[in-house]
Design a protein around this ligand. Structure first.
Ligand code: HEC
Length: 154
């Protein structure tokens, strides 16, 4: 636990960077949405293959997985500047104030997410039967964080 909290997303979330954008909180929100939309785009490609809506391609699957892995290298501390919840900016973001009230828990969700990304990367190119459960598991870690820390609606 202690080890997890000292790395990556977890550490970043425990000490969120203060606002440094000249433009203010809405710029942070836009950057945050951009980050998650990149994640969503890569996940959509994987999900389409897992559901049989797109033909499986080892190269494409590995490419999506690698891009998600790259996104896990990004330190998201700046994306969680205080003053950027949906209570601060109604209609602009779905980030719940609970994020800022419980960083260690968010860090745990982030750690589970990163572990699932690593597992996915190990098998994404090994055929559809290997891809499916790994995508399912990763999707479960996305949902686990969204359930607790993202509002259903803007
Ligand atoms: C550690 C928590 C956490 C994890 C893990 C996580 N998300 Fe999110 N996600 C959020 C939060 C918080 C928001 C809301 C951001 C906002 O509205 O400012 C969000 C928003 C989103 C959005 C919506 C962006 C928009 O336009 O409103 C998408 C898409 C998304 N996440 C995809 C994913 C995918 C795909 C994964 C897994 C591969 C994932 N997320 C994992 C916390 C997480």
């Amino acid at each position: 636990m202690r080890k997890l909290l000292t790395a990556g997303i977890a550490a970043a979330l425990i000490v969120p960077a203060s606002l440094s954008f000249a433009g203010g909180p809405e710029d942070v929100v836009n950057a945050r949405l951009g980050y998650y939309r990149l994640l969503g785009l890569e996940m959509d490609g994987l999900a389409a293959m897992a559901k049989g809506e797109a033909e499986y391609s080892a190269e494409a699957a590995q490419g999506h997985a690698a891009n998600i892995q790259t996104l896990t290298q990004y330190n998201p501390g700046g994306l969680f500047a205080p003053g950027t919840s949906n209570a601060d900016l109604p209609g602009k973001t779905r980030a719940l104030p609970a994020i800022w009230e419980n960083f260690p828990k968010v860090g745990e969700k982030g750690a589970a997410f990163r572990a699932a990304v690593a597992e996915l990367n190990a098998v994404a190119g090994n055929g559809l039967d290997a891809l499916r459960p790994a995508v399912g598991k990763l999707g479960g870690t996305c949902k686990a964080c969204h359930d607790d820390f993202r509002a259903t609606d803007y």
